[in-house]
Design a protein around this ligand. Structure first.
Ligand code: DGL
Length: 261
């Protein structure tokens, strides 16, 4: 019997689950290991040197332990820095998650786009290069949110989060002058956890661009025809803090489409 392929999905915390659910839907036959580096969360508050120094050896250890067929870095704050280091050090195929500036600028009608990410992601040279290369004449506003990733985690855990706290983080995305912002790039994997509330609290409707489906397609392409002939194992979820697994009812929505497949 051929073993099912193994996909390692990595994030600083629970935001990568928004990417994980799309990959699971694309490849329900795979084995999954989801790793949250919660001992170092939030990545958005660390320097570039700290993130490279943390993530590169940690991914090396995870590859040695779990032998994935593909590793997905489901974190913009890390991917906009570490992908060249990972590819130089390890031979396993990688998929990164970076701000979806190209499709956002291609589809904006008002040509006014905001990129909502962590303070780290919006500062990166990588992100600025994406705007230079793929801005397509759009005016692009970078918005670094200090607390929105932590707010997303709190909401997922069922803790109460005020509308005001969310509004304070997203308000700078909405520019209303000669042209009005019509597209916001969700450049942090935690933010789709809050999508219903982002839609409700936005001062006017915009397109919220989430790259997760594209990342899932890329991951499935890399695995290609490598299908297992036996049933896949239950996904494993690991926290670098060593804290126990998430309660089943919190994880279930992210696995729903696997169960249905
Ligand atoms: N989920 C991560 C991202 O996509 C980062 C959140 C954080 O750790 O600050 O950017």
């Amino acid at each position: 019997m051929t073993a099912s392929p193994t996909i390692l999905v990595f994030d600083s915390g629970l935001g990568g689950l928004t990417v994980f659910r799309e990959i699971v839907a694309a490849r329900p036959d795979a084995n999954y290991v989801y790793v949250a580096d919660d001992a170092f969360f939030p990545y958005g508050h660390h320097t570039e040197e700290e993130i490279v120094g943390r993530v590169v050896p940690l991914i090396g250890a995870l590859i040695a332990e779990h032998e994935p067929d593909v590793t997905v870095i489901a974190c913009n704050t890390a991917s906009t820095l570490v992908m060249p280091h990972l590819r130089a050090n390890y031979t396993v195929p990688f998929v990164g998650t970076v701000p979806a500036i190209k499709p956002a600028c291609a589809s904006s009608r008002s040509k006014r786009v905001s990129v909502l990410g962590t303070k780290g992601t919006v500062k990166r040279e990588y992100t600025r290069a994406l705007i230079r290369d793929f801005g397509q004449g759009c005016e692009v506003t970078l918005v670094g949110a200090a607390n929105l990733a932590a707010i997303g985690e709190a909401a997922l855990r069922g803790e109460s989060v005020s509308d005001d706290a969310i509004v304070a983080e997203i308000a700078p995305c909405f520019l209303n002058g000669e042209a009005r912002t019509d597209t916001v790039v969700l450049a942090c994997t935690h933010y789709p956890l809050l999508l219903d509330r982002l839609i409700r609290l936005a001062p006017w409707p915009v397109d919220w661009i989430d790259p997760a489906p594209a990342i899932a397609r890329r991951t499935a392409d890399l695995l290609g025809a490598h299908h297992g002939s036996g049933p896949a194992a239950a996904p494993r979820m690991l926290f670098t803090s060593g804290r126990p697994a998430m309660p089943e009812q919190i994880l279930a929505p992210f696995l729903a489409r696997r169960a249905a497949a």
